[in-house]
Design a protein around this ligand. Sequence first.
Ligand code: PLP
Length: 273
Amino acid sequence: MKIWLDGGLRDLDTARVSVFDHGLTVGDGIFETVKATEGRPFALTRHLDRLARSARGLGLPEPDADEVRRACTAVLDAKPMPLGRLRITYTGGTSPLGSDRGDGGPTLVVALGEVTRRPDTTAVITVPWTRNERGALTGLKTTSYAENVVALARAHQHGASEALFGNTVGQLCEGTGSNVFVVLGGELHTPPVTSGCLAGITRALAVEWTGAQETDLPLDVLDRADEVFLTSTLRDVQAVHRVDGRELPGAPGPVTAKAMRVWEERAADDLDP
Ligand code: PLP
């Protein structure tokens, strides 16, 4: 398997990142996961824009978008597969212990993994920990994902594939790696980015294509929502059939099923010619 590391394609076995890389020592890094169908990345420009926003938010030099595009193409060409996930990782770079970030400049890694299609429905849980809607990292896609790892492990213990967070003022926020939509009285809502959620690319397109409203919602809206679905790069639009102990019989319900159909149709268009 070939990956892109610092300016060129390398064999995975020989590619090396320093043990002093700030992405490893303090989680000072950002990332993107991009879906690629038959070697074609989906919405790459939007992902690169978000990568640049995350870099600015973290005070990292902006990644060279042309290099990242070249890297994605090189990695995809090196290993054709029907459905892949590109992982773009960009960190503060290497510096000896005790000195400031990145003496050697940032580290860029682009790798590709194969994915299988996800199930159409899933169970989710809520967790008692909160997203901070006003933190320094709010809205940035950083490699500091340990909180998500802990929450996701709890979801797996409960037979669920995702854990949902509220924010510090008790509003519904997002999942560990997804955004959340709920149907109330036939109307589709999703939390606004001011709730502290990531500005998901799937979320933005789903809002545009379905007309969903961005609404502050209390976390306990999940106890009475008629339908719930998740969006993310690898889930696309995925119906939820159980929230904590509560079954949502018949998932995907009519509004979710329509969102899934609209997604399938519209996402087939080349968003990134
Ligand atoms: N929220 C979080 C915390 C995420 O990590 C992700 C994606 O990984 C999402 C939401 C969904 O974003 P996207 O649709 O861009 O994949």
